[in-house]
Design a protein around this ligand. Structure first.
Ligand SMILES: Cc1cc2nc3c(=O)[nH]c(=O)nc-3n(C[C@H](O)[C@H](O)[C@H](O)COP(=O)(O)OP(=O)(O)OC[C@H]3O[C@@H](n4cnc5c(N)ncnc54)[C@H](O)[C@@H]3O)c2cc1C
Length: 493
């Protein structure tokens, strides 16, 4: 629903100070920019500032501070964490610089998606640590750690960052590297938008023109055989292999769903091997032996086609997501998951996915970051489409799955999958020490806590939560007691 413009906000004054466009509710452009990829999150910000420079971001933050507005940042809207009602939304879509340096690194604006960076890197035989969906934004993904089909070989995307250009919550334009602003550099790698609005990132690319990889699909009747084979098989894989398995319930008549997979229960095994193709084919043999495939597209592939491995939906949809990090995947857990989410269980989920973690992901980068939970062995993700009458069924089913996995659940969640983790979600993304340091940095770099929407640490010391309603937000900040350096923060939720 489009909100009424707020007459007390002098948006004309903001427009005079920025080069980009200020979009008010009801104006052309507002709805398109304010609508996220995940249509389940209703957003009605007080205004959208389509920034074209770091100075624009700075002006927007100063305006928000002067008017008591919380600030949110959006590029593609793939990871919007909460309603933006009444906030000033900084839209970074026009920060579209993308320069690939053939010697192996790139400088990318905050509005650039992975698909573009990969296309520009490919002629140089280079690739990047993209996630499962190349339509996701490079900056939003990388600030959340970023784990994708190269994760076990090349680590988290944030491990490959050289520098961020960022406007911190206090309106200051800064450059953060391992040497300059090292605290900020630490917190921006894993801390998402808690400390500032990144305008550009510089990151190392990887020499990976091709991979041996893809997805193999079998009928749901083979789910038990495939999951158990995969479970045993992936335990012995070297870090050149990144793999996941997914129970899929793909609907009929939806663009992008291959007809042989539509309207039936199927299982997908995804495999990306970054080494020699022959060795990749050899390693994948046991999975091919499980059952006659419906589709087998595992083979040598140009890196630019990496999105086909997971074949995530491209068009916006109302998504429901639940995520768990697991310390192990014993046979009894596979059986228990099949009992609640396997074929014939009437699971309402579109996808129940298990990604193997470990490999390079498990190692701390040379310059430490705020990315936590590197010891988790697997990541379980439930994805559903929030359409009536499924909404309640999805939540109820997710609770059942949560009970099933509880004995192996680390309790953590990766920041990029934490957008819908609910109350306490931010705390689940970090260990206590990291959350305390991030909270302290948020107080330092964003003293008015303008960036208090979505996945941000709570205000110290009383744990005043990040909130979604601007009225509550402003009141909460006004009421929060002053912070002192030696006070312990309290985790949200
Ligand atoms: C289909 C799909 C597949 C995905 N696959 C993966 C995957 O394989 N691996 C993985 O790690 N994640 C994955 N994700 C999660 C994704 O990485 C996060 O949702 C990420 O936040 C999306 O960033 P965005 O900029 O595209 O989205 P947006 O919704 O525009 O931004 C999301 C959040 O990112 C932060 N952010 C964005 N821009 C900035 C900025 N300029 N400065 C500071 N903070 C910023 C903010 O916290 C913002 O709220 C997937 C999500 C979807 C929907």
């Amino acid at each position: 629903m489009t909100p009424s413009p707020r007459p007390d906000l002098d948006l004309a004054a903001l427009q005079e100070r920025v080069t980009g466009r200020v979009h008010r509710p009801g104006e052309a452009g507002y709805t398109g920019l304010a609508t996220p990829w995940n249509l389940a999150v209703a957003t009605s910000p007080a205004a959208v500032v389509e920034v074209v420079s770091a100075d624009d971001v700075s002006e927007a933050l100063l305006f928000a501070a002067a008017n008591g507005l919380p600030v949110a940042v959006q590029s593609t809207g793939h990871g919007i964490a909460s309603d933006l009602d009444g906030a000033l939304l900084i839209h970074t879509g026009r920060l579209d610089e993308c320069t690939v340096h053939p010697e192996g690194w790139a400088r990318v604006g905050a509005g650039v998606r992975w698909a573009r960076l990969l296309a520009e890197a490919a002629p140089h035989g280079l690739a990047g640590p993209v996630g499962s969906a190349p339509d996701v934004g490079v900056v939003g993904y990388t600030t959340g750690g970023g784990i994708g089909p190269l994760a076990r070989t090349w680590g988290a995307a944030s491990d490959r960052v050289r520098a961020f250009d960022v406007v911190t919550g206090d309106g200051m334009v800064r450059r953060a590297t391992a040497v300059d602003e090292p605290d900020l550099f630490w917190g921006l790698r894993g801390g998402k938008g808690a400390l500032g609005v990144v305008t550009a990132v510089e990151l190392d690319l990887v020499p990976q023109a091709e991979v041996y990889g893809g997805a193999l699909y079998v009928d749901g009747a083979h789910a038990a055989a495939m999951l158990h084979t995969w479970r045993e098989w992936c335990r012995g894989l070297p870090p050149e292999a990144t793999t996941s398995v997914a129970l899929l319930n793909l609907p009929e008549g939806v663009p992008g769903v291959p007809p042989p997979l539509a309207g039936r229960f199927t299982v997908a095994v995804r495999f990306v091997w970054t080494g020699d193709h022959g060795r990749g084919a050899e390693l994948f043999t046991p999975l091919r032996a499980v059952a006659e495939p419906i589709i087998d597209m595992v083979g040598p592939m140009p890196f630019a086609q990496i999105g086909m491995v997971h074949a995530d939906p491209v068009d916006p949809l109302p998504a429901s997501e639940y995520n768990h990090l697991l310390r192990d995947l014993p046979a009894e857990l596979v059986d228990a998951l099949l009992e609640v989410a396997g074929p014939g269980t009437s699971s309402p989920q579109l996808m129940v996915e298990i990604r193997q973690l470990g490999g390079a992901l498990a190692k701390e980068p040379a310059v430490p970051s705020a990315v936590c939970h590197r010891d988790a062995a697997y990541c379980l993700e439930l994805v559903g489409v929030l359409v009536p009458p499924l909404a309640e069924a999805l939540a109820a089913h997710a609770r059942v799955v949560a009970e099933v996995v509880a004995p192996w659940d680390t309790g953590g969640v990766l920041p990029n999958f934490g957008a819908h983790a609910g109350a306490g979600g931010v705390a689940r993304c970090y260990d206590d020490v990291t959350l305390a340091r991030l909270t302290e940095l948020a107080e330092r770099y964003d003293p008015a806590r303008l960036l208090r929407i979505g996945q941000v640490p709570p205000r110290t010391p009383a744990g005043v939560p990040a909130v979604t309603s601007p009225d509550v937000a402003v009141a909460a900040v006004a009421e929060a007691p002053a912070t002192t350096a030696d006070e312990e923060p309290t985790a949200q939720g």
